[in-house]
Design a protein around this ligand. Sequence first.
Ligand code: CDP
Length: 232
Amino acid sequence: MSNKIIIAIDGTSSTGKSTLAKRISKKLNYKYIDSGAMYRALTYYAIHQKYISKNHFDKIKLINDIPYIYIDFRKNSTNNKYEVHLNGIPYENKIRSLAVSNLVSEIATVDELRQQMVRVQHTLGLKKGVIMDGRDIGTVVFPDAEIKFYLEATMELRAKRRFDELFQIDKNITYEEVLANIKLRDNQDTNRKHSPLKKAKDAILINTDNLTLDELELKLFNYINPLITKNL
Ligand code: CDP
């Protein structure tokens, strides 16, 4: 018999969290929740409303809008993936740009917004059978998750991975600007006051530098399998 659990994956940008989480969710038939997509959707909204730009951030206006912002995940019937929606509109295709990436960590410092996102994340985890990735999943969102992973990799490798991804959709992008964005976010995410990125004490540390995705998946399953089959 299979035991449904919560799997938390945290770590810095481009360590392979989402790719691995997607693979594992598919094999276990678990819901994959990309918590970063929620902060990205909020950022896209804030840019669109002109609440935030490179040189200004009207935090109060965004906080005042919280009761009118409804974020959830809905299944896309074409690819069977859960995609982030804001007020019923799919945002998945708009939130991966560097313009959003450059402002998202600023948005993610706002405690009022985080509290609202965590409420949604708790609801999504109620029935278990969920794999969620982000920055504070093992520390704040699901401190009691049955298993927690913390992924790390060198900054240059992470920037190279993210550059390769983004270059597919935007040929004008440069490695240097991607590297600068990753440095900026690492710094903001680890040093913010509320829910900073850090390894939960009981998280399993995985370095993804020299492992292929297949090897990494196998490694994670070595930890997961005993937990989901323990009631046999
Ligand atoms: O995909 P990538 O690792 O580049 O980032 P993401 O998971 O899409 O998250 C984007 C940003 O959202 C992060 O850099 C954090 O600032 C914020 N975030 C957060 O604060 N807490 C989370 N649980 C997830 C993301």
